[in-house]
Ligand binder design. Structure first.
Ligand SMILES: Cc1cc2nc3c(=O)[nH]c(=O)nc-3n(C[C@H](O)[C@H](O)[C@H](O)COP(=O)(O)OP(=O)(O)OC[C@H]3O[C@@H](n4cnc5c(N)ncnc54)[C@H](O)[C@@H]3O)c2cc1C
Length: 830
């Protein structure tokens, strides 16, 4: 190193110096082929080997790290807005400092830590929320004031800065070095890396294996992984799938060496700042500034034409004019950057997904084709993504909740235009703190129910789930939600919606539910094998069932109604539509006579709930709705306002009620008739905020928060939904053989004041973090703050007490034995 700092072409040096050994002979078989040798592919290869599989082959079209990884700035923050993603970051930050010793490969790890500035109350509230899960995940974070900030970075102008999050487990490394180290570690464990070989096609062979066609020949594999970075969409297209990714151009600049850095031995932490809309740090003795332009002036990049694979180590022309406003802000923050002058500008492509989270998991509808791509912070996330995806691929489950990374959270609605709109928004907001409940309209609406406009005219504020617009709450007086971590101006609106359901009758459009018709002579046996619980035996019976992995972890939850001898109707969460379709279709055995049809878009759902729902519905149907003739937990095909519907007497909110499932074309007529007939009965629209309040009062656990791939049914305290008398079901032997781990989901009342648990908050006993909340809400019928938490069994007994850290404040939580509202279900059974 010279006084000038490191050579600027360190990336190019790595490529020249990278004399990575390569097999002389082309392999023609591997259990797993990974396409792409960037951070994601290399990390996956290493972790597959660590988890026990080194019959793997990574194919890279050029050199390792010749895609996005090559030109990344290498920062690895601990802080990110998602609890599960933060676990991914935390693992990477544990791994990277060890890699050099493990492999001998230089990775230039700088444990500089990070400072994320808070410049307003919302940002500070966000940091307090993250501070909570830093304790349950276990990464080092403190919220510090201006004195500490100034000590750590004496060059910073702290105008408008209230505080900062100081994290000390993270830093920055050389992306190329990290990627090569991971690949070397994989090779040391027996994996194979093949460079300078392009994958040109991927085909399914008649036996079910994949044939990966490369420039140098074909490779037959049981599983294929798409880790092709900016080319992931092209690779997905080879198998008829899609990877909703837009590649954004992103700039950072490196200054000339700065005397103040030369004179000092300490390195400043990596700084992140919403005012700058970016990051800045030391790059040896120079400055490095990266910005996310928060205006319309943004550029996307796509490989031109197909197949067009020319792009390697590609950088785009600088556009300093475009990023100048943010560079100026960085200089305002760090005046010492002002005189240094720019000596290098990097403008490279980063893959982004519509929601900013990576694509990790199976491609919809394709057995053994996996995605490991779509990460916009792939250096920070590469380590953890590789680890948890490898667990999922090899063992059927990962140890963290993978729901929000599963590529099947996107369907056909996430087309190129939607993806581009969402990605532009996500890029622009990279350093903007979104508050709970805050949603933007970019890319929306994609899927609407026939009631959309009617409800909007009645004040409906919609939320988006799996492309569907669904009612969140109703603004009857034109108010706009004042988003935040504390109870806000919608609290009383939700209270009133709950009161309407509890005292009179509420109506809700839940058309987004995933819906499947399952029929055929073997339908019952098939469902019985796939589900842990009994499948309804009698016509008209309804059962709540769970689909498990072979290891006994929870994959799905469905309500199954029996409509005939060999006819079933299954419902699942809107976001689970493609995942559950895969579980169902891939669970059919050869020769089994079962027909599965996804009818989500052909039927709508109107939910009618409340003590006057029978009275209302009976005004529009001849069907006998009496308790004797239409029991709780039963389903019938009836006529409402002259339209045929599937009517299910079920309730997620704990009141008398029916779900009506008519063909989509009948939705408006039925809703209008119910609304008109309900006028004298005090009918009111309600939304999902109210549903969440009422479901938690009933103690109902939700798929994706309590019921996840992290837990078994016993750990989730769901044993009453298992039928061990059945000869077999997927996951039975594992559920019986395993001793549950020392953790259990419990239901608690929280001594909260003006903020409720939302999931991810640490559970504390004395000074120890003993668990984490999974979800929470205020129960308006019982006037209690309620939550679910995952704790060790010794804290699971009713009456046990511990604390929950809510926005930095310790609140007492008491384990409840029964649902807080109507534990006997008497209100649903009347
Ligand atoms: C300027 C800039 C700064 C950044 N700074 C940071 C940062 O500080 N921290 C951070 O976490 N992230 C940062 N990123 C983002 C990060 O670089 C990416 O998220 C990450 O590199 C993505 O890794 P990947 O493995 O998915 O993709 P890539 O690195 O692009 O790897 C994909 C590989 O697949 C290969 N490939 C494609 N098609 C084929 C084919 N048909 N056959 C064989 N091989 C193929 C490509 O050649 C490529 O090597 C930055 C990005 C940019 C542009």
């Amino acid at each position: 190193m010279t006084a000038d700092g490191p050579p600027l072409n360190r990336w190019d040096q790595f490529i020249v110096a990278n004399t990575f050994p390569q097999s002389v002979f082309m392999r023609t078989n591997a259990r797993i082929v990974v396409v792409g040798g960037g951070m994601m592919g290399a990390s996956l290869l290493y972790h597959l080997a660590l988890e026990g599989c080194s019959d793997t082959l990574l194919v890279e079209k050029n050199e390792l790290t010749s895609g996005s990884t090559w030109h990344a700035a290498g920062q690895c923050p601990s802080i990110t807005g998602s609890y599960n993603l933060a676990k991914i970051h935390a693992y990477s930050n544990q791994l990277y400092p060890r890699l050099e010793a493990l492999t001998g490969q230089y990775v230039s790890w700088h444990p500089a830590g990070g400072l994320r500035l808070a410049t307003n109350d919302h940002e500070l509230a966000w940091l307090k929320f993250i501070y909570g899960y830093s304790k349950s995940i276990g990464f080092n974070m403190d919220i510090v004031g201006l004195d500490v900030i100034k000590r750590l970075n004496p060059f910073l102008t702290t105008d408008n800065v209230l505080a900062a999050a100081w994290t000390t487990d993270d830093g920055h490394g050389d992306p190329s070095g990290l990627c090569n180290a991971l690949a070397k570690a994989a090779r040391d464990l027996g994996a194979t890396v093949m460079r300078h070989n392009r994958v040109v096609d991927i085909r399914r062979r008649p036996g079910g294996e994949w044939e990966v066609v490369t420039e140098k020949g074909s490779i037959v594999a049981e599983m294929v992984v798409n880790a092709a970075g900016c080319y992931a969409r092209q690779i997905a297209a080879m198998v008829g799938a899609d990877a909703p990714i837009t590649n954004m151009q992103h700039h950072y600049v490196v200054t000339h060496p700065i005397q103040a850095f030369i004179d000092r031995s300490d390195e400043i932490p990596v700084m992140r700042d919403s005012y700058t809309s970016g990051y800045f740090r030391q790059e040896q003795k120079s400055g490095l500034i990266g910005v996310y332009e928060s205006t319309e002036l943004r550029e996307a990049w796509a490989p031109q034409g197909f197949p067009a694979w020319e792009s390697s180590n590609e950088l785009f022309p600088d556009d300093l004019e475009r990023i100048a406003p943010w560079l100026e802000r960085a200089i305002e923050r760090m005046p010492i950057f002002g005189d240094a002058g720019i000596r290098r500008v990097i403008n490279g492509a980063i893959p982004h997904t519509p929601d900013g989270a990576p694509l990790l998991g199976p491609a919809a509808g394709l057995k053994n084709f996996w995605m490991c791509c779509g990460t916009s912070f792939g250096i920070a996330q590469g380590g953890g993504c590789g680890k948890y995806l490898a667990q999922w691929m090899l063992h059927g489950d990962a140890e963290i909740n993978m729901t929000e990374f599963d590529p099947r959270r996107f369907g056909k609605f996430a087309d190129a235009a939607y993806t581009r709109d969402k990605v532009f928004l996500d890029y622009r907001l990279t350093f903007t703190t979104r508050r709970p409940g805050e949603e933007e309209l970019a890319g929306r609406p994609q899927k609407t129910s026939p009631l959309h406009e009617t409800l909007q005219a009645r004040g409906c504020v919609h939320t988006e789930t799996f492309g569907w617009e669904r009612p969140k709450w109703f603004s009857l007086d034109g108010r706009v939600e004042d988003y935040g971590y504390r109870r806000n101006n919608v609290f009383e609106v939700v209270r009133d919606e709950v009161a309407a359901v509890h005292e009179r009758v509420g109506i809700l459009d839940l058309t987004g539910f995933a819906k499947y018709d399952i029929s055929g002579p073997d339908a019952e046996a098939f469902l019985s094998r796939l589900c842990a619980n009994k499948v309804p035996h009698k016509n008209g019976g309804i059962g709540l069932v769970h689909l498990l992995s072979s290891g006994g972890r929870i994959l799905g939850e469905m309500t199954v109604s029996r409509l005939g001898a060999d006819r079933f109707y299954a419902l699942a969460a809107a976001a689970a539509e493609l995942r559950d379709m895969d579980l169902l279709t891939q669970g059919v055995r050869p020769g089994e006579a079962v027909h599965i049809e996804n009818i989500t878009e052909t039927r709508g759902v109107i939910v009618l709930s409340g003590p006057r729902s029978r009275e209302l519905l009976s005004r529009l149907t001849d069907a006998d709705l009496s308790n004797a003739q239409f029991r709780w937990l039963s389903a019938r095909e009836i006529t409402v306002a002259g339209h045929a519907v599937r009517a299910l007497r079920v309730s997620y909110v704990g009141e008398l009620g029916w779900e009506l499932h008519p063909p989509m074309a009948s939705m408006s007529a039925i809703y209008d008739a119910l609304w008109a007939a309900g006028q004298g009965l005090g009918i009111a629209n309600y939304g999902l905020y109210a549903v969440n309040s009422m479901r938690i009062e009933k103690g109902y656990k939700a798929w994706s928060t309590e019921l996840t791939n992290e837990l078994t049914m016993l750990e989730a305290d769901m044993s009453r939904f298992i039928d061990f008398n059945k000869s077999d079901f997927v996951g039975k032997s594992a559920t019986q053989a395993q001793t549950p781990r020392p953790l259990k989901i419990v239901y608690v009342e929280v001594g909260a004041t003006d903020t409720d648990a939302r999931g991810g908050e640490p559970v504390l006993h004395e000074d120890r973090c003993i668990g984490v909340t999974t979800s929470g809400a205020y129960g308006h019928r019982v006037c209690k703050s309620l939550a679910f938490a995952c704790v060790p069994p010794q804290f699971a007994a009713p009456g046990s007490v511990f604390d929950i850290l809510l926005q930095g404040e310790r609140r007492r939580a008491t384990v409840l034995e029964h649902p807080a509202f109507d534990p006997d279900n008497s209100r649903m059974k009347v």
